[in-house]
Design a protein around this ligand. Structure first.
Ligand SMILES: [Zn+2]
Length: 85
């Protein structure tokens, strides 16, 4: 059984969303704030090969997102996999 990964989560200035960098998708995933101890379902495309799809992940508070991160995340297409969050 794979260990559940922990990923740093950065609070978007809208304070509703957390930005989590996904090294498999090479993009930010968005999750609802606030951070809880509960595992999150990975927002990787389900037809991809991301191991996060199998395990999900937990979020570690990494503080506020930097302006560069917010710009990069807001430039992304919203949801290649068809989900808002
Ligand atoms: Zn992903």
């Amino acid at each position: 059984m794979a260990m559940m990964p922990h990923l740093p989560a950065y609070l978007h200035p809208n304070r509703q969303q957390l930005l989590v960098w996904c090294k498999y998708c090479d993009r930010y995933h968005r999750h609802r704030a606030p951070i809880t101890g509960a595992p999150r379902i990975a927002h990787c495309p389900t037809n991809g090969d991301s191991p996060y799809c199998r395990t999900g992940y937990k979020l570690d508070d990494a503080g506020p997102a930097s302006p560069d991160m917010v710009r990069a995340a807001d430039r992304q297409e919203i949801k290649p996999e068809g989900r808002l969050w």
